[in-house]
Design a binder for this molecule. Structure first.
Ligand SMILES: Nc1ncnc2c1ncn2[C@@H]1O[C@H](COP(=O)(O)OP(=O)(O)O)[C@@H](O)[C@H]1O
Ligand SMILES: [Mg+2]
Length: 232
């Protein structure tokens, strides 16, 4: 479904991604793990079209994305839930959700109902200001808003960040639920247990390079990888 090939990305003169190649098959949940500053966010932003690579390609169903502007990429069915959530704090839950539907010309009512079904709390809190939600509810709103564009490929940047263990389990559950409804998922996580629990496959990124990839079960059995790269 998604193929990243020999991708190099720089901020000005400073190169942060080096020859990144990866694939995500339709229906999968794939996690990118790696320490702070490894380049995970940069990779998601490049796939979303917010950053342009210096070389290499990003393809979606064999169609090149890397020359397209971000809104065209959203129209193709790709959405990003950004790190830090990027909500509009002074707008209501409902207004935040509508902001996610801006590219969709029809059926936003239907999509809204789908989002409310996945996150009933957002329906209950629809007229409340986003800033008054708890951390977990804000993450749900950020995910719900990205679902309003009806994505087939959803990217999540550190969905568990700053949340307590109970709420993290709830988020994990909803991500599985979204995947079960046919949305392919690529997520970034610093929480390795979270990533391994959720994902079918993982890529480990260090210093802008992929240093390991494998099935989640395999990572669980590879003591060396766990110790050397995952800090567990
Ligand atoms: N806008 C930017 N300008 C310059 N350097 C940046 C910018 N954003 C990130 N970087 C640098 O790129 C590297 C990768 O950052 P990032 O992709 O945010 O890593 P991660 O998400 O894995 O923590 C880091 O060294 C970071 O300091
Ligand atoms: Mg990041």
């Amino acid at each position: 479904m998604l193929e990243v090939d020999a991708l190099n990305v720089s901020y000005g003169e400073i190169q942060v991604l080096w020859d990144i190649s990866l694939k995500v098959d339709q229906g999968e949940i794939v996690a990118l793990i790696g320490s702070n500053g490894a380049g995970k966010t940069t990779l998601l932003k490049t796939v979303a079209g917010l950053l342009k690579p210096t070389s290499g390609s990003v393809s979606y169903f064999n169609e090149r994305l890397d020359k397209l502007p971000p809104h065209k990429i959203v129209e193709k069915g790709i959405a990003l839930v950004p790190e830090g959530r990027g909500l509009f704090p002074h707008m209501t839950v409902y207004e935040n959700l509508l902001m996610g539907a801006y590219t969709q010309r029809q059926n936003s009512k239907e999509t809204l109902n789908w989002v409310y079904e996945i996150f009933p709390i957002l329906k209950e809190r629809a007229s409340q200001q986003a800033s008054t939600l708890s951390g977990g509810e804000q993450q749900m709103l950020a995910i719900g808003r990205s679902l309003m564009s009806n994505p087939k490929f959803l990217m999540l940047d550190e969905p568990s960040q700053g949340l307590g263990p109970k709420v993290v389990l709830k988020i994990l559950d909803t991500i599985k639920q979204i995947n079960n409804r046919g949305v392919t998922i690529m997520l970034v996580e610093q929480s390795v247990p979270f990533a391994l629990e959720l994902a079918n496959r993982v890529y480990v990124i260090e210093n802008g390079k992929i240093i390991y990839s494998g099935r989640s079960e395999e990572v669980g059995s590879l003591e060396d990888v766990k110790k050397a790269y995952l800090g567990i």
